[in-house]
Ligand binder design. Structure first.
Ligand code: ATP
Ligand code: MG
Length: 324
Protein backbone atom coordinates (compact mmCIF):
# COMPACT_ATOMS: atom_id res chain seq x y z
CA UNK A 1 0.00 0.00 0.00
CA UNK A 2 1.40 3.36 -1.08
CA UNK A 3 0.20 6.42 0.81
CA UNK A 4 0.41 10.09 -0.13
CA UNK A 5 -0.95 13.36 1.16
CA UNK A 6 -0.15 17.05 1.08
CA UNK A 7 -0.84 20.04 3.21
CA UNK A 8 -0.72 23.68 2.21
CA UNK A 9 1.63 26.13 3.92
CA UNK A 10 -1.09 28.78 3.92
CA UNK A 11 -0.70 29.39 7.65
CA UNK A 12 0.10 27.61 10.86
CA UNK A 13 -1.31 24.08 11.01
CA UNK A 14 -4.44 23.83 13.10
CA UNK A 15 -6.44 21.25 15.00
CA UNK A 16 -8.45 20.37 11.88
CA UNK A 17 -5.26 19.63 9.94
CA UNK A 18 -3.94 17.48 12.75
CA UNK A 19 -7.04 15.52 13.71
CA UNK A 20 -8.38 15.22 10.15
CA UNK A 21 -5.17 14.51 8.27
CA UNK A 22 -1.78 14.62 10.02
CA UNK A 23 -2.79 12.11 12.69
CA UNK A 24 -3.49 9.65 9.89
CA UNK A 25 -0.07 10.32 8.32
CA UNK A 26 1.62 9.41 11.58
CA UNK A 27 -0.40 6.22 11.98
CA UNK A 28 -0.17 5.06 8.39
CA UNK A 29 3.59 5.46 8.09
CA UNK A 30 4.00 2.26 10.13
CA UNK A 31 1.94 0.06 7.82
CA UNK A 32 2.46 1.61 4.39
CA UNK A 33 5.02 0.10 2.07
CA UNK A 34 5.87 3.61 0.88
CA UNK A 35 4.59 6.97 2.05
CA UNK A 36 4.95 10.44 0.63
CA UNK A 37 3.97 13.61 2.46
CA UNK A 38 4.55 17.04 1.04
CA UNK A 39 4.18 20.69 1.85
CA UNK A 40 2.00 22.00 -0.97
CA UNK A 41 3.65 25.34 -1.61
CA UNK A 42 2.50 25.51 -5.25
CA UNK A 43 -1.10 25.17 -4.13
CA UNK A 44 -0.50 27.77 -1.43
CA UNK A 45 0.48 30.34 -4.07
CA UNK A 46 -3.23 30.73 -4.72
CA UNK A 47 -3.60 32.38 -1.33
CA UNK A 48 -0.16 33.45 -0.07
CA UNK A 49 1.54 35.90 -2.42
CA UNK A 50 4.25 37.02 -0.02
CA UNK A 51 7.46 35.18 -0.84
CA UNK A 52 9.09 35.38 2.57
CA UNK A 53 5.93 34.45 4.38
CA UNK A 54 5.44 31.44 2.13
CA UNK A 55 9.04 30.32 2.71
CA UNK A 56 8.55 30.67 6.42
CA UNK A 57 5.25 28.76 6.44
CA UNK A 58 6.84 26.04 4.30
CA UNK A 59 9.77 25.48 6.66
CA UNK A 60 7.46 25.76 9.66
CA UNK A 61 5.08 23.24 8.13
CA UNK A 62 7.85 20.67 7.69
CA UNK A 63 9.06 21.38 11.23
CA UNK A 64 5.51 20.87 12.54
CA UNK A 65 5.12 17.52 10.78
CA UNK A 66 8.40 16.26 12.20
CA UNK A 67 7.49 17.44 15.69
CA UNK A 68 4.10 15.75 15.40
CA UNK A 69 5.79 12.44 14.70
CA UNK A 70 6.40 12.07 10.98
CA UNK A 71 9.48 9.89 10.72
CA UNK A 72 11.76 10.65 7.76
CA UNK A 73 13.14 7.09 8.00
CA UNK A 74 9.69 5.75 7.24
CA UNK A 75 8.06 8.45 5.13
CA UNK A 76 9.33 10.67 2.34
CA UNK A 77 8.84 14.30 3.38
CA UNK A 78 9.35 16.98 0.75
CA UNK A 79 8.28 20.32 -0.67
CA UNK A 80 5.93 20.21 -3.66
CA UNK A 81 7.89 22.63 -5.88
CA UNK A 82 11.03 20.49 -5.57
CA UNK A 83 9.37 18.04 -7.97
CA UNK A 84 8.73 20.02 -11.17
CA UNK A 85 7.73 16.84 -13.03
CA UNK A 86 4.39 17.01 -11.26
CA UNK A 87 3.59 20.36 -12.86
CA UNK A 88 4.27 18.87 -16.28
CA UNK A 89 2.07 15.90 -15.50
CA UNK A 90 -0.56 18.38 -14.36
CA UNK A 91 -0.60 19.91 -17.81
CA UNK A 92 -1.07 16.52 -19.48
CA UNK A 93 -4.05 15.93 -17.21
CA UNK A 94 -5.41 19.45 -17.59
CA UNK A 95 -5.84 18.97 -21.34
CA UNK A 96 -8.35 16.20 -20.72
CA UNK A 97 -10.22 17.68 -17.77
CA UNK A 98 -13.78 18.90 -18.47
CA UNK A 99 -14.54 22.38 -17.11
CA UNK A 100 -17.79 21.07 -15.62
CA UNK A 101 -15.87 18.67 -13.38
CA UNK A 102 -14.01 21.57 -11.78
CA UNK A 103 -17.04 23.86 -11.71
CA UNK A 104 -18.77 21.41 -9.41
CA UNK A 105 -16.00 21.52 -6.78
CA UNK A 106 -17.41 22.74 -3.49
CA UNK A 107 -14.07 23.80 -2.04
CA UNK A 108 -13.57 26.28 -4.90
CA UNK A 109 -17.12 27.59 -4.58
CA UNK A 110 -16.75 27.99 -0.80
CA UNK A 111 -13.53 29.94 -1.15
CA UNK A 112 -15.04 32.26 -3.75
CA UNK A 113 -18.09 32.75 -1.52
CA UNK A 114 -15.71 33.76 1.28
CA UNK A 115 -14.19 36.45 -0.92
CA UNK A 116 -11.03 34.79 -2.25
CA UNK A 117 -10.02 35.91 -5.74
CA UNK A 118 -11.11 33.58 -8.51
CA UNK A 119 -7.72 32.89 -10.09
CA UNK A 120 -7.32 30.15 -12.69
CA UNK A 121 -4.92 28.46 -10.26
CA UNK A 122 -7.59 28.19 -7.60
CA UNK A 123 -10.05 26.83 -10.15
CA UNK A 124 -7.58 24.26 -11.52
CA UNK A 125 -6.33 23.30 -8.07
CA UNK A 126 -7.89 19.80 -8.18
CA UNK A 127 -5.95 18.98 -11.36
CA UNK A 128 -2.61 19.79 -9.74
CA UNK A 129 -3.79 17.77 -6.78
CA UNK A 130 -4.62 14.88 -9.12
CA UNK A 131 -1.12 15.11 -10.62
CA UNK A 132 0.35 15.02 -7.11
CA UNK A 133 -1.56 11.90 -6.22
CA UNK A 134 -1.05 10.07 -9.51
CA UNK A 135 2.66 10.92 -9.80
CA UNK A 136 3.42 8.77 -6.75
CA UNK A 137 1.08 5.87 -7.68
CA UNK A 138 -0.75 6.43 -4.41
CA UNK A 139 -3.35 3.85 -3.38
CA UNK A 140 -4.48 5.68 -0.25
CA UNK A 141 -4.80 9.42 0.36
CA UNK A 142 -5.48 10.31 4.01
CA UNK A 143 -7.44 13.58 4.16
CA UNK A 144 -10.21 15.51 5.87
CA UNK A 145 -13.74 15.23 4.52
CA UNK A 146 -13.48 18.45 2.48
CA UNK A 147 -10.94 16.77 0.19
CA UNK A 148 -12.98 13.69 -0.70
CA UNK A 149 -14.59 15.41 -3.65
CA UNK A 150 -11.16 16.31 -5.03
CA UNK A 151 -10.10 12.69 -4.80
CA UNK A 152 -13.20 11.73 -6.79
CA UNK A 153 -12.12 14.31 -9.38
CA UNK A 154 -8.67 12.71 -9.42
CA UNK A 155 -10.23 9.30 -10.00
CA UNK A 156 -12.31 10.71 -12.87
CA UNK A 157 -9.26 12.27 -14.47
CA UNK A 158 -7.14 9.13 -14.03
CA UNK A 159 -9.98 6.92 -15.27
CA UNK A 160 -10.48 8.91 -18.42
CA UNK A 161 -6.73 9.04 -19.16
CA UNK A 162 -6.45 5.27 -18.65
CA UNK A 163 -9.48 4.71 -20.82
CA UNK A 164 -8.27 6.96 -23.59
CA UNK A 165 -4.57 6.07 -23.69
CA UNK A 166 -4.30 2.73 -21.86
CA UNK A 167 -3.59 1.75 -18.25
CA UNK A 168 -1.24 4.35 -16.84
CA UNK A 169 -2.35 5.47 -13.41
CA UNK A 170 -3.15 3.74 -10.15
CA UNK A 171 -6.67 4.50 -8.87
CA UNK A 172 -6.39 6.20 -5.47
CA UNK A 173 -8.83 6.07 -2.58
CA UNK A 174 -9.45 8.78 -0.01
CA UNK A 175 -9.33 7.89 3.67
CA UNK A 176 -11.02 9.94 6.37
CA UNK A 177 -11.34 9.44 10.11
CA UNK A 178 -15.00 9.34 11.09
CA UNK A 179 -14.65 11.18 14.39
CA UNK A 180 -12.64 14.10 13.04
CA UNK A 181 -13.29 14.34 9.31
CA UNK A 182 -14.52 17.92 9.71
CA UNK A 183 -13.26 19.78 12.75
CA UNK A 184 -15.23 22.97 13.41
CA UNK A 185 -13.48 26.31 13.73
CA UNK A 186 -14.04 29.07 16.27
CA UNK A 187 -17.08 30.23 14.29
CA UNK A 188 -18.59 26.77 13.96
CA UNK A 189 -17.68 26.47 10.26
CA UNK A 190 -14.97 24.13 8.97
CA UNK A 191 -11.70 25.13 10.62
CA UNK A 192 -9.53 26.47 7.77
CA UNK A 193 -6.28 28.35 7.56
CA UNK A 194 -7.82 30.77 5.13
CA UNK A 195 -10.98 31.42 7.17
CA UNK A 196 -9.27 32.97 10.17
CA UNK A 197 -11.13 30.67 12.54
CA UNK A 198 -8.37 28.36 13.65
CA UNK A 199 -6.77 27.05 16.79
CA UNK A 200 -3.18 26.47 15.73
CA UNK A 201 -1.54 23.35 17.09
CA UNK A 202 1.57 25.24 18.10
CA UNK A 203 0.08 28.50 19.32
CA UNK A 204 1.39 29.33 22.73
CA UNK A 205 -0.90 28.35 25.56
CA UNK A 206 -2.01 31.86 26.44
CA UNK A 207 -3.12 32.66 22.90
CA UNK A 208 -4.96 29.37 22.54
CA UNK A 209 -6.75 29.96 25.85
CA UNK A 210 -7.79 33.44 24.74
CA UNK A 211 -9.17 32.17 21.44
CA UNK A 212 -11.08 29.39 23.17
CA UNK A 213 -12.64 31.89 25.58
CA UNK A 214 -13.90 33.83 22.55
CA UNK A 215 -15.77 30.96 20.91
CA UNK A 216 -19.37 31.99 20.38
CA UNK A 217 -21.94 29.96 22.28
CA UNK A 218 -25.72 30.14 22.40
CA UNK A 219 -27.33 32.42 24.95
CA UNK A 220 -29.85 30.07 26.47
CA UNK A 221 -30.34 30.28 30.25
CA UNK A 222 -27.68 28.54 32.28
CA UNK A 223 -30.15 26.24 34.01
CA UNK A 224 -31.37 24.64 30.76
CA UNK A 225 -30.15 21.16 29.92
CA UNK A 226 -28.16 21.22 26.69
CA UNK A 227 -27.47 18.73 23.94
CA UNK A 228 -23.77 17.79 23.84
CA UNK A 229 -24.09 16.68 20.21
CA UNK A 230 -23.35 19.27 17.54
CA UNK A 231 -21.91 21.74 20.04
CA UNK A 232 -18.62 23.34 18.94
CA UNK A 233 -17.04 23.37 22.40
CA UNK A 234 -17.98 19.76 22.93
CA UNK A 235 -16.73 18.76 19.47
CA UNK A 236 -13.36 20.32 20.22
CA UNK A 237 -13.28 18.91 23.75
CA UNK A 238 -13.75 15.40 22.37
CA UNK A 239 -10.51 15.78 20.42
CA UNK A 240 -8.26 16.62 23.35
CA UNK A 241 -9.95 15.26 26.49
CA UNK A 242 -9.97 11.67 27.80
CA UNK A 243 -13.02 9.42 27.38
CA UNK A 244 -13.91 9.84 31.07
CA UNK A 245 -13.66 13.62 30.82
CA UNK A 246 -15.91 13.60 27.76
CA UNK A 247 -18.49 11.34 29.43
CA UNK A 248 -18.50 13.60 32.47
CA UNK A 249 -18.88 16.76 30.40
CA UNK A 250 -21.71 15.22 28.33
CA UNK A 251 -23.51 14.48 31.57
CA UNK A 252 -23.03 18.09 32.72
CA UNK A 253 -24.52 19.29 29.43
CA UNK A 254 -27.56 17.05 29.79
CA UNK A 255 -28.18 18.18 33.35
CA UNK A 256 -27.78 21.90 32.62
CA UNK A 257 -27.01 24.46 35.30
CA UNK A 258 -23.48 25.21 34.13
CA UNK A 259 -21.84 28.10 32.32
CA UNK A 260 -20.07 27.84 28.99
CA UNK A 261 -17.14 29.64 30.63
CA UNK A 262 -16.48 26.49 32.67
CA UNK A 263 -16.55 24.33 29.56
CA UNK A 264 -14.12 26.67 27.83
CA UNK A 265 -11.74 26.49 30.78
CA UNK A 266 -11.94 22.71 30.78
CA UNK A 267 -11.29 22.71 27.03
CA UNK A 268 -8.28 25.02 27.35
CA UNK A 269 -6.84 22.88 30.17
CA UNK A 270 -7.32 19.65 28.24
CA UNK A 271 -5.71 21.26 25.16
CA UNK A 272 -2.74 22.42 27.15
CA UNK A 273 -2.14 18.92 28.43
CA UNK A 274 -2.73 17.31 25.05
CA UNK A 275 -0.20 19.44 23.18
CA UNK A 276 2.48 19.85 25.87
CA UNK A 277 4.78 17.11 24.65
CA UNK A 278 4.74 17.91 20.92
CA UNK A 279 5.30 21.57 21.71
CA UNK A 280 8.53 20.66 23.44
CA UNK A 281 9.55 18.44 20.56
CA UNK A 282 8.83 21.24 18.15
CA UNK A 283 11.25 23.51 19.92
CA UNK A 284 13.97 20.94 19.42
CA UNK A 285 13.33 20.79 15.66
CA UNK A 286 12.88 24.54 15.37
CA UNK A 287 16.38 24.97 16.81
CA UNK A 288 17.76 22.91 13.90
CA UNK A 289 16.40 24.36 10.64
CA UNK A 290 19.40 22.90 8.80
CA UNK A 291 18.36 19.41 9.81
CA UNK A 292 14.83 20.07 8.54
CA UNK A 293 16.24 21.35 5.24
CA UNK A 294 18.42 18.24 4.89
CA UNK A 295 15.42 16.00 5.49
CA UNK A 296 13.46 17.91 2.84
CA UNK A 297 16.31 17.69 0.33
CA UNK A 298 16.66 13.95 0.81
CA UNK A 299 12.88 13.61 0.51
CA UNK A 300 12.82 15.67 -2.68
CA UNK A 301 15.39 13.41 -4.33
CA UNK A 302 13.33 10.30 -3.59
CA UNK A 303 10.06 11.93 -4.58
CA UNK A 304 11.54 13.21 -7.80
CA UNK A 305 12.80 9.80 -8.83
CA UNK A 306 9.33 8.37 -8.40
CA UNK A 307 7.46 11.22 -10.09
CA UNK A 308 9.74 11.38 -13.11
CA UNK A 309 9.23 7.65 -13.73
CA UNK A 310 5.46 8.20 -13.68
CA UNK A 311 5.67 11.22 -15.95
CA UNK A 312 7.69 9.19 -18.44
CA UNK A 313 5.12 6.41 -18.28
CA UNK A 314 2.30 8.88 -18.91
CA UNK A 315 4.16 10.37 -21.84
CA UNK A 316 4.79 6.95 -23.33
CA UNK A 317 1.45 5.27 -22.78
CA UNK A 318 -0.34 8.48 -23.52
CA UNK A 319 1.79 9.08 -26.60
CA UNK A 320 1.07 12.68 -25.70
CA UNK A 321 4.60 13.78 -26.41
CA UNK A 322 5.64 11.32 -29.10
CA UNK A 323 9.28 11.21 -30.08
CA UNK A 324 9.46 12.25 -33.73
P1 ATP B 1 -6.80 26.40 3.35
O1 ATP B 1 -7.81 27.23 4.09
O2 ATP B 1 -5.63 27.18 2.86
O3 ATP B 1 -7.43 25.51 2.29
P2 ATP B 1 -6.90 24.24 5.21
O4 ATP B 1 -6.93 24.62 6.63
O5 ATP B 1 -8.17 23.83 4.55
O6 ATP B 1 -6.18 25.43 4.44
P3 ATP B 1 -5.36 22.34 3.70
O7 ATP B 1 -3.89 22.53 3.59
O8 ATP B 1 -6.24 22.75 2.58
O9 ATP B 1 -5.83 23.08 5.05
O10 ATP B 1 -5.66 20.84 4.06
C1 ATP B 1 -4.68 19.97 4.62
C2 ATP B 1 -5.36 18.71 5.13
O11 ATP B 1 -6.12 19.04 6.31
C3 ATP B 1 -6.38 18.15 4.14
O12 ATP B 1 -6.30 16.73 4.19
C4 ATP B 1 -7.71 18.63 4.65
O13 ATP B 1 -8.77 17.78 4.29
C5 ATP B 1 -7.46 18.60 6.16
N1 ATP B 1 -8.33 19.53 6.84
C6 ATP B 1 -8.34 20.88 6.69
N2 ATP B 1 -9.25 21.44 7.50
C7 ATP B 1 -9.84 20.42 8.19
C8 ATP B 1 -10.87 20.36 9.18
N3 ATP B 1 -11.44 21.45 9.63
N4 ATP B 1 -11.22 19.14 9.65
C9 ATP B 1 -10.61 18.01 9.22
N5 ATP B 1 -9.65 18.00 8.28
C10 ATP B 1 -9.25 19.19 7.77
MG1 MG C 1 -8.19 23.56 2.43
Amino acid sequence: MRVLSGIQPTGPFHWGNYFGAIRQYIELQHTATESYYFIANLHALNTVRDKELLQQYTLNGATDLLALGLDPEKAVLFVQSDVPEVSELCWLLMTGTPMGLLERCVSYKDKIAKGLKADAGLFAYPVLQAADILAYDADIVPVGEDQLQHIEVCRDIAGSFNHHFGETFVMPKGKVLDQSAKVPGLDGEKMSKSYNNTLAVFDEEKKQRKLIMRIQTDSRPMEDPKDPEGDVLMDLYKLVASDEQVAEMSETYRKGGFGYGEVKKALANAAQEYWAEVRERREEFAAKPELVREILAAGAAKARAKASATLKRAQETGAVVPPI
